[in-house]
Design a protein around this ligand. Structure first.
Ligand code: AMP
Length: 413
């Protein structure tokens, strides 16, 4: 017998009973972000591979190991999007959004794809909520981005959150710091893990991410970027911090904060939840003033973040959501029953129709399972009796229109 078909490793099905918390999350994200003037966008699920190679950075794990890249029938190299920022920057340029009032504030709730080691909280197809504010280098943008994600996580009741904050400075500062760090790593090569040694020239900052004990020991004494910031970057960072302090948003300065994407400059942040175990990052982001140029556009400062939907759901308090109300259950399987259901729905009622040919007794049970407020018994000759389940009253009505009017009149709000 052929083996049972399963969803691919690292993917999952959202079953009906799991839909409610996801919907609640979407509502919170929408309220918070649209309330702050962010507008929702959706970009294609696949893009030209070059967009991510240029936008995410050739040396990153994402581009080196994690992309779902394929050739289409026209021999174009396409990639399932592994992240949302580069596509949004592409869309900003493609649609000439620089002529709009700046910053352009956009948000999304979309699926992303990365070939990662699947485990709890880490999937190969996953969802992110993200926000991008494009076209301003004001530190208020950075602080607002952080505050919006903080508000969403707080409203969802994500447990044990910590905000880590750092600054990467400008590309020039990073370049000279990179030389300093590279020299330090070379001087301690024999204590480092082989993977870190192999990547010293490619991406020395990633050494701060390593779990290897010898590497960790070396990194504890490594020079840190925040000490090397240029005065204007330090001032920008102080402005961001001042706003977070004023808003009562607590954070821990983390000079070793690195994220797996190359495009960040200046502010960098990450929220973790202690409820999550190994995959503790819930969401993060930062400023990416150089990305638009990297993609062939003009200099356009911007800031944004992305947060993992699965991780927010895993770490959030689940408040049960009330079921959708069933205003009317139409008991009857004939044509008149069908016509009543359609007419009642057109009038705005939530209607469920008997679809499984149940007996009268089975229909009763089904009505109570659905917690229907009204039940319409519809005979094949078109006669209709409407029962108000709450007060137990029944009424014979002359037809579908009268039945709908009767229900609307006595509707339990
Ligand atoms: P990143 O785009 O890597 O900065 O990720 C932002 C957030 O998305 C992370 O903090 C996670 O919450 C979530 N995330 C990233 N990769 C995955 C994945 N493979 N599975 C589930 N969530 C993820």
């Amino acid at each position: 017998m052929p083996s049972k078909l399963q969803a691919p490793r690292g993917t999952y099905d959202v079953l009906p009973e799991q839909a409610a918390p996801r919907r609640a999350l979407e509502q919170v994200a929408r309220r918070v972000l649209e309330g702050a003037g962010y507008e929702r966008v959706e970009t294609p699920v696949f893009e030209a591979t070059e967009l991510f190679a240029r936008g995410v950075g050739a040396s990153t794990d994402i581009v080196q190991k994690e992309m779902y890249t394929f050739k289409d029938a026209g021999d174009r190299s396409l990639t399932l999007r592994p992240e949302g920022t580069a596509p949004i920057c592409r869309a900003y340029m493609q649609h000439g959004m620089q002529v709009r009032s700046q910053p352009v504030k956009l948000w999304y709730l979309s699926q992303f794809f990365r070939y990662e080691r699947a485990q709890a909280g880490r999937f190969r197809q996953f969802w992110q909520v993200g926000a991008e504010a494009i076209g301003s280098d004001d530190p208020a943008v950075d602080a607002e981005c952080i505050a919006l994600l903080w508000t969403i996580l707080t409203e969802l009741g994500v447990g044990g959150i910590e905000l880590r904050l750092g600054s990467l400075g400008t590309p020039e500062t990073r370049a000279s710091y990179r030389e300093e760090l590279t020299a330090y790593l070379r001087a301690h090569e024999e204590q480092l893990s082989p993977e870190v040694v192999a990547r010293i020239d490619l991406n020395p900052l990633r050494a701060f991410d390593a779990d290897h004990p010898g590497t960790k020991q070396v990194m504890a004494g490594a020079p840190v970027l925040m000490d090397a910031l240029a005065p204007e970057d330090l001032e920008h960072f102080e402005e961001v911090r001042g706003r977070l302090d004023a808003a009562g948003i607590g954070y821990r300065l983390d000079p070793t904060l690195v994220r797996g994407l190359d495009y960040y400059s200046r502010t960098l942040f990450e929220f973790t939840s202690d409820v999550l175990g190994a995959q503790s990052a819930v969401g993060g982001g930062g400023r990416y003033d150089g990305l638009m140029e990297q993609l062939g556009g003009t200099h356009t400062p911007a800031c944004g973040w992305a947060a993992g939907v699965e991780r927010m759901l895993l770490s959030a308090e689940h408040r049960p959501e009330p079921h959708a109300v069933c205003d009317l259950y139409v008991a009857g399987t004939g044509v008149p029953a069908f016509a009543l259901a359609v007419e009642a729905r057109r009038a705005g009622l939530n209607v469920q129709l008997e679809l499984a040919g149940r007996s009268r007794k089975g229909q009763r049970k089904q009505a109570s399972r659905l917690r229907a407020a009204h039940v319409a018994l519809v005979e094949d000759d078109g006669s209709i009796t409407v029962e108000d389940v709450v007060n137990g009253e029944t009424e014979a009505v002359p037809g579908a229109t009268a039945a709908v009017a009767h229900i609307l009149k006595g509707r339990h709000l």
